[in-house]
Design a protein around this ligand. Structure first.
Ligand code: PGA
Length: 242
């Protein structure tokens, strides 16, 4: 893993955005793996700025998001589809029909998961997967467990994850109980992974992910088995790492 620690936010955000932009410059048809949550927002904002300056185009790119809440329709303000539209897609030249987010409101969730994997299989592999990490070591919504699922699947969210995400909802009881997530196997198929980590509350999780044993109890630790991972840390997240 290539680990970079940043003293200031500006460099953190610019480094992440540059990686995406340089991929699109060399391969305009790149398949991007995208993440939601607080951490990538700065990188998305910077990409929007770069797009407006003519430094990057998404016109031929496509994208696959990691996850979506079960039970929220795409147009629900708290859905991850709405998040992506609001923070990125509405402001760039990407063809919306080539942006993919699992349908958390699908009648048949199993069929939706299979169809998502099939689309990924046909269009993939993902060239660059952006990831965050949960305080419990989750990636996407792959929660710590005795075993992990490889492909896209429905997951019960752990109480700590619902608590952590309650800040986006009126209250914790409004956070959905389940989500659809790409599995760890699908995530590891990406050619390159960009893991973005901010905040002291993530310091222990990222230390375990990078230095600890590879274990399903810290799903992010499986990234140690991937040959091309770049980790960007702020000072808080990187306090246990050199
Ligand atoms: P965050 O979430 O970027 O909002 O901290 C990351 C995650 O829980 O995967």
């Amino acid at each position: 893993m290539n680990i970079f620690k940043f003293e200031n936010d500006e460099d953190f955000v610019q480094t992440g955005a540059n990686l995406v932009a340089s991929l699109l410059q060399s391969n305009p048809k790149a398949v991007l793996g995208l993440a939601t949550g607080s951490t990538p927002i700065g990188v998305y904002e910077r990409l929007v700025q770069m797009y407006r300056k003519g430094l990057v185009s998404f016109a031929k790119a496509s994208s696959y998001n990691l996850d979506e809440y079960v039970g929220l329709s795409a147009d629900h303000p708290k859905s991850y589809r709405s998040f992506m539209n609001k923070h990125l897609f509405d402001h760039i030249d990407i063809d919306l029909s080539r942006t993919h987010v699992p349908d958390g409101n699908a009648k048949d969730l199993t069929a939706e998961c299979l169809a998502y994997d099939q689309r990924l299989e046909n269009e993939g592999p993902v060239d660059l997967q952006i990831l965050g990490i949960g305080s419990n070591g989750h990636i996407g919504f792959n929660e710590p467990d005795a075993s992990l699922t490889s492909g896209t699947h429905v997951v019960d969210l752990l109480p700590e994850t619902r608590e952590a995400n309650a800040r986006f909802f009126p209250s914790v009881t409004d956070v959905p109980m389940q989500a659809i997530t790409m599995g760890v196997g699908s995530i590891l198929k990406a050619q390159q992974i960009l893991l973005l980590v901010r905040g002291a509350e993530k310091a222990e999780a990222i230390r375990k992910a990078v230095k600890g044993p590879i274990t399903t109890q810290c799903p992010a630790s499986l990234l140690q088995s991937h040959p091309n991972v770049m980790v960007l840390l702020d000072e808080g997240a990187g306090q246990w790492l050199k």
